[in-house]
Each structure stands twice: as structure tokens, then as C-alpha cells.
Design a protein around this ligand. Sequence first.
Ligand code: SF4
Length: 380
Amino acid sequence: MRRDHLGENPPTPADASPWGADAATVRTLDGPEFRGVTFHEIRARTILDRVPGASRMPFEWTVNPYRGCAHACVYCFARGAHGRLGLGTGPGFDSRIVVKVNAPELLARQLASRHWQGAHIAMGTDVDCYQRAEAGYRLMPGILTALRDRANPFSLLTKGTLILRDLELLAQAAEVTEVGVSVSVGFTDEELWRTLEPGTPSPHHRLDVVRALGERGIDCGVLMAPVVPFLGDSPEQLRATVRAAAEAGAVSVTPLVLHLRPGAREWFTAWLARRHPGLVGRYERMYAGGAYAPTRYQRSVTRQVHELAAEFGIGPADRAAPRPAPGPPPPTRDPEHLAALRARRHAERSPDTPSSTPPFGSITAGTGRVPPPRGALHAP
Ligand code: SF4
């Protein structure tokens, strides 16, 4: 499936690795889903990234095996960071994907370190770990295996239906530790999806993921992100999305209004000028203060979504929780230890015991306290 790019398509200067010629191997993969995409394979030195202390994100550690994302959402906030790598914020973000090929083995090693305290790990916080590249590189099975074997709590946010490939691993991990999964669905409008999130599975296919996870006993929330001003925020659109999430069995729905940081803002504005030129002025006024919509607007969206969530029986929508405290020292892979953890998880998840797993590791459910200044989720 994989072929060495260097043979058939010699890299142009634009393909050169930002880490130097020896740091990355540039490849292409066969298959229509990879057409036009180059993969910059690197061997990372570390895979556990600490969220900056000042971040308001409710997790401290993240794992991101990829950078760039062929899901190609126009508004993706990670475009800015891709630009800083020298790979571009526009087509470069969509088509030049950095792959940390040693992510699974590195994570297994770092989790086994005596310095690791078993803290919660969030995935999908930078770019989507179930993006198209994952179909070719298959890094997530090794990552989930490492987390399962150490019974390390984690959460995961995705727009990728590919997550269902790893359903059994997720279920096994949920037997021994806290696992939170959220699927990002900001709207169900098909026309908006096709133009704004052109490389993603359709919203309805994503909601099928929510359904499938639930049927396998894995609670799944919907991160309703982004809510797009003037294009996806009408009462009817909000209602349709919350209703669809409820019908899919979502255990929570968390609205998050579009934010436009440098890197994404220019790209989104160009898209807006092409597709909806009449809205450019309204957007300029709405985002005149910076990357975030006015707090009053955010609160209005949040209130409406909370009311709809209550109406459709999803909830509680706001399940805010403090940043998870570091857990006990990492367990061994001893089968008896894992069996004991499994038994404890069963007891914890009995019908009489309310789940303490917050959606996506305790992201606030759109309380109006957004926006987080940095370290935010990929989805909006
Ligand atoms: S928003 Fe998420 S799915 Fe979309 S391009 Fe960014 S990382 Fe990929």
C-alpha cells in the first residue's frame, strides 16, 4: 500500500521537511482517500505533551500522533500551528501531514516510566487522530493498546468514523479505566458540511458512530462544534442537530461557537467571501474583538442548546468537572491486576452507580465560560 515518495515523485522544495532532510521521510500512500496528500514521517522524541499551565482546558496531558488533517475543515484552528511548521495554513494543512510513526512504542515506553503518575490523557485535542492518514498508518490501535495495558484513563474527540475499527480495543480499555469519547458534530446541514468540512465523514455518519459506541456500551457525547454564526445557528438548525444527537443516543451535547484564530481566520474569511459574500461584513463585526464571538452570543447559543438537550432528554448537558487529579502510580500489565480493575469498573458502572466519566474528559458543556485561550480542541 505504501510506497516511497522519493522514487516516483521526487519532493519539490515545497515538500522539504521543516525538520531538515534527515528528520522526515516524505511518502505518499496508494488509495483514492490519499490522493494529493504527502506524509512527512518523523520519529518523535516524546509523545506525551503537557498542556500549558495557563490553559483552561480540563486536561493536562495530550497525545497527538499527527499534525495537519486531510479532513480539511475550513475553520480548523490547528492551521495556524501548521503554518508555523512551514507547511502552510491552507492546502498545506490539508495535504501535508506529519506522522509520528513511532507514537505507539513511544507511548508504551513513557507510560511505563516510573515518573508517569497515570494522569488522564486527552486525544484529538490538536488534530483528529482518526483522520484519513490513520487508515494507512494504523497508529491508534497501538496507542489504545498501550493505554489499556496500563489502565490509563483517557478521552478522545473525533470526526472520523474510522474509530469504529477500534471499537473492541476501546471497549477493552473501558473495562479497566475511565474512557471518554466525544464525536464532533456542529450541524447536520448537508450543504454546509460539504463546503465547510469537505474531507470529513458526513454528520449523519458521525452520528452513526455515536450510536455504535453506545450499543457497545461506550458512552459517547456530541461536541456540537462549531456552531457557525448566520449559517448554522438558526433555532431550526440547532433543534435538528440536538434532536439527531439525541436519536443517536448521545449522553451529552456540548455547544461551542466557531472561533477564528490567526491561520484559520484568513482561510475561513476567503471561503466566506467565495461562498457567502453577503456575510463578510457581519462576520467582521462579530469577530471585531478577536478570535471569539461576543460572550452574549455564545451564551444565547448555549442556553438554546441546553434547553433543547433537556427537551430531547439528553443530559445533563453541563457536566463540568475539575481537571482530573493525577491517578495512582502506573499499574503493571499484570493480568491479575487488570482483572481486578475490570471487576472494579463493572461495579462502578452498575446501574446503581452514576457514571463519573465526563464527556471528553470533562470539557465544560458550553457554560458560556468559553472561549479557552489556547490548547483548545481541534473541532471548532
Ligand atoms: S477540525 Fe478536526 S477534523 Fe477538521 S481539519 Fe481540524 S483536526 Fe481535522
